[in-house]
Design a protein around this ligand. Sequence first.
Ligand code: ADP
Ligand code: MG
Length: 869
Amino acid sequence: MGFTPMIQQYLKIKAEYQDCFLFFRLGDFYEMFFEDAKRAAQELEITLTSRDGGGEERIPMCGVPFHSAENYIKSLVEKGYKVAICEQVEDPKSAKGVVKREVVQLITPGTVMEGAMLDDEENNYLAVVTENEEDHFSLAYTDMSTGETFVMAIDNGWNAVLSELVNRPIKEIVVEEDFSQLYAENLREKLQFPVSIAKRSTKDNSMDLLVEEISDTNLRNTCILLYQYLYHTQKRAIDHLKKAQVIELAEYMTLDMYSQRNLEITNSLMRKEKFGSLLWVIDRTVTAMGARKLKKWLERPLLTKSLIERRLDLVTGFYQQFFEREEIREALQSIYDLERLSGRVSFGNVNARDLIQLKRSLSKVPMIKEQLQQFDDPALHELARDLDPLPELYTLLETSISEDAPISITDGNILKDGYHAELDQYRDASRNGKHWIAELEQKEKQETSIKSLKIGFNKVFGYYIEVTRPNLPMIPEGRYQRKQTLTNAERFITEELKEKETLILEAEEQSVALEYQLFLEIREKVKQFIPALQRLADIISEVDVLQSFATVSEENNFVRPTFSAERRINLEESRHPVIEKVMKNEQFVPNSINLADDKHLLLITGPNMSGKSTYMRQLALTVIMAQVGCYVPATQAELAIVDQIFTRIGAADDLVSGQSTFMVEMLEANHAIQHATENSLILLDEIGRGTSTYDGMALAQAIIEYIHNHIHAKTLFSTHYHELTSLEESLTALKNIHVRAEEIEGKVVFLHQIHEGAADESYGIHVAQLAGLPDTLIQRANTILSQLEGTEQSVQPVPEQKSNETNVYSMGQMAFFASEEPVKQQPSKKNHEIIERLNKINLLEMTPMDAMNQLYQLQKKAEELKGRN
Ligand code: ADP
Ligand code: MG
């Protein structure tokens, strides 16, 4: 036995949408069958049933009611699945055989439009990645709900692509069929993106207009693939898509993915949420559009001084006039999400309430314009000049849509009286009829003397006169026709009432139908304003971000930064913007930060918890804030424009992944070293911790030297290898700074004050002492330390040496043991030389670094010797 025609229809459609859940409309339900049904039942926790489909076995089935489908769809899409909505596309009554069905829309994580599935303050991107040749990619991403598209060329390898993708609200990635399997897996597994495969059609040229300004063929094709995928999923015109905007990555600061994460710019490391991030501190935007724009700005700090200064000028304008700014903030509060509204207009799913909101928003624009003009700063007047309150659109909405219109657009009561003559006529007819009925009720009450008589209406029987049972005898003979019997009452009609009813119902039906028609027309008219609305949205959101910068800057005592031509960094009383905000009872201790081309490397030493990492990060955050156009947390700020920021946060602080291996550490360090320029900022926090002491220290030193000699990038390097501080003698651009622990009333206290010079090497012992360890123990530790440092003339044997701790930390001792190795070879002249030199070494007068160097020399000699034999 074959399947029933309906199941056959299902299978045929399903074959085209294999990677989706197919929501198959059957009456008031969306049904799913076969494997879809089993998986959906599991994912949605709904009951799995079965039905006879004509085959041998019953078919697994599950379904969700049409009217509550949105929540189920949302839940699937949030899990990264795609849903194909298959509707009945002909009237079941007139259909011959199986009702015709078609997929009318695909809902995928990257293309959702429905308000309930979107986060107001965040974009929702669909991205396309194509590989043009090895290590050369194009990346485009679009937000369907707002219509914006960005496209860029990435010519420095796959990691750079990943850096662009992570930390952006990208919900789905589309690649071509022949895209590298390896990379696609990378996206799926490592970054957990839903990846869809699509094919670019070369015949379809309907998108040409959207890409006409892109000259690069690769970028064009990437955008076209993206747009085609959108049309394929939405299956309708999408008028609000803006032209793709090409992003020249070279015009923005590069923040690799490690830095974006480590610096907690938009999300905190621990909880992966906005709270505790830089965004959390500086977001005082009022509108959702502003919140989204702020995030975009933060993700791409500027490099061009004039653009940065322009933003800062505007912020200064807002900063200086508190009252005017407060007024603007207040006005912004009633501005609706114009960007997403435009999207919904184009999509055909706005209702009358949305349009009322739109009207109210527009009504505030003239006020904002005027308010902007009241600022002293002419820069703000320019913003005002570009604001267009769209009076024509306002008038259209004001004259047409009723203030208390319902959500439904098919039940009437949307439009105002006086908007349309014919509509008014129908409404009059229906109102007159209703008036007549009200009068009839009065008349019948009087004439029959039945006080409780009333005229009612229901959908099945229409209008009726209702009389309760005890009053029935009072009705004069033949006055009414009996219509319906209830337990306590009888319902009647009269000829006259019937006639009026027909008139009223006809008028109502016509008025509802006409209203719907008129509403669609209005919606079409609003569509023409989409580009203008988007421009308006753009300026409003910019005003919002700028006022937000001014507001936080004033509230948190930030200062306007200047940019020095000599590329100096001079921060007076610099603070960490987030930590100072979350500190409860304590005060954040400000510190100055000074870097210049001839002193571009700061080596920071000091005990744990003294504030080294904080100090480093606050510089990076300050630089980012300045380059997005915000004031910065300091009392005075002279900055150099930074092209890239690299961070390597040591294993100790790497709480996020918890899997930081030494290899990862080295990869990140390598990444910085390969890409940094003299204009970059590098933060290396306790690098080398992930391996043995000697190894780690050797690498740390080599990295510092390399940066010093070859890169000249501004660099902050914190370390627990005290030995490295001696580098200050040989590396002219390196400066030691340190943080100390102090004793206050017998307690260990970190004052978090940065001082010049290297930390006192015995800070560990100092802390131990402050912590209250026995005096004898502290004394002994001091003795051991000075022995290790070679400050005493002879090495005293350590009584009862059980611990091997000391060995681990002492370079000097390693050298010492090395000399005890028995020399097996018959000593040649050269051998003698090596042994002689070994004997001459006074370990106790050497620094560990010296010991290391000597060993290295000796080993080289030994190598040479081996080569000769
Ligand atoms: P380190 O890297 O030296 O181990 P951290 O930078 O992680 O130290 O700082 C440890 C803690 O000290 C931070 O969580 C913060 O609460 C506090 N802290 C750091 N710097 C300051 C400061 N300048 N003022 C006040 N508290 C600070
Ligand atoms: Mg630290």
